[in-house]
Write a protein that binds this ligand. Sequence first.
Ligand SMILES: [Zn+2]
Length: 506
Amino acid sequence: MNILIAEIKQEVSTFNPVPSTEHDFVLHWGDEIIAQHHGVKSEMSGAIDIFCQHADVTLKPSYSARAITSAGVLTATGWQRLSHDFLSAIAAVMAQNDTLHGVYFAMHGAMSAQGELDPEGYLIEQARALLGDHIPIVVSLDLHGILTDKMLTHSDAVVPYHTYPHTDFYTTGQRAARLLLRIISGEVRPVTARVAIPALVRGDELITASGLFGRQIRMAEAFEAAGGPSAGMFIGNPFTDVPELRSNSVVVANGNDAGAVAAATVLAEQMANDFWACHEHMQVPLTSLAEATALACECVPGTTILVDAADATSSGASGDSNIILQALVAAGYRGQALLPIVDAPAVQAAFAAGVGASICVPIGGALDQARFTPLEMILKVRLLSEGNFVNESDGAVWHAGPTAVLQAAHYTIVATSRAVSLYNRSLFYAHGCDPAKFDCVVVKSPQCERHMFRDWAARYIDVDAPGSTSANVRSLGHRIARRPLWPLDPVAHFVAKAEIFARGQM
Ligand SMILES: [Zn+2]
């Protein structure tokens, strides 16, 4: 059995004014892909491990493009390069003249490019055109992906994450690989029931281990545990303003079983109805910047975490917000605060001055100039690094570019040249900063695994700050997503109605 594997993963915020380019991706071709994923707990490594358990499987690795982190919309040039490379690599595998039996794609689902509002859908459609109608394609996706009709029409099945915060990258790849093998063997003939839900949700109730969203995920997990091919929820990335942005329930049935499609339809509608019943609770209660600053200035024993999810680099924000820093400075903060920021010019100045030197530089506002104003500070250069480090979530190396730890009396700033994900503590740890040793830490991620900050923090405060990934989604100005869409619009009634996607059987 010859199985082609490929991946392309990026999540964008269309409200980040800085476009991303092909240089914001790590690219690999052919066997490099297997080496790149060795020892990393990714979807691709999970899938590879399942395929490698089968002596009769020969992997045909084609192409991998992994965004260094989430970012702004991909430029037209970047998109042309990546889409051309993705499809050319598939064509190159096909030119080897070995019969292909199946295809696995690892995708995120929340890409957007200048001139292409459904990049993943386009790639699956074009891959289908190359492969013909009979080679099954299974796609794993982030549950923040925007699931489109095109993706469902041209793939055989989708397999979404079941956890948020995400801890199941690896097992999602395993689930997708097992399903692909079942389809290739003829055991499963996939038929997908999808219910579109006009809602965007955020907040703690989305935590699958403890929140209301976990109820729908348990239904999906029970379906798969009983042998069902795939089920899950897609909640979209609210900051990716594209036509099909919304939430969806999905159940992939085995069309070989009489009654399975009807049962899957019922389950997809139950999951959608259960989700809708609690959608108004799936929002973030935010604390105003003034109140959050006042709470931080009380300097209670322990660490106050100020969550600045409006500048969440892992959701596509620019990462250069200094809003909380400015508020603390203006309030005369007296504790020890730790803050991450993307500021290439400040890092450059730090490298020019060297460790131990003091520099006077503007901090913040280097990228999203409409939202943030640079703040001039005198800072001592404490540490300089190349910015490559292993992250604690999946073990992959992250690339922050040249990085400087800069210090003033009450502030320790980890300044990176480029955005890097901040949904764990890795950037801090890699630069000698233990968050637990600070009075106040700014965390630029809507959710982290509990043990990372929340479990030990004295206070954990979701701050209402401006930014291109604000949980205050009405503040962002969506223009492209189909309306009505709650909470951008009032949506009084919702009737769950499953649509069926079955390739070759329509
Ligand atoms: Zn996600």
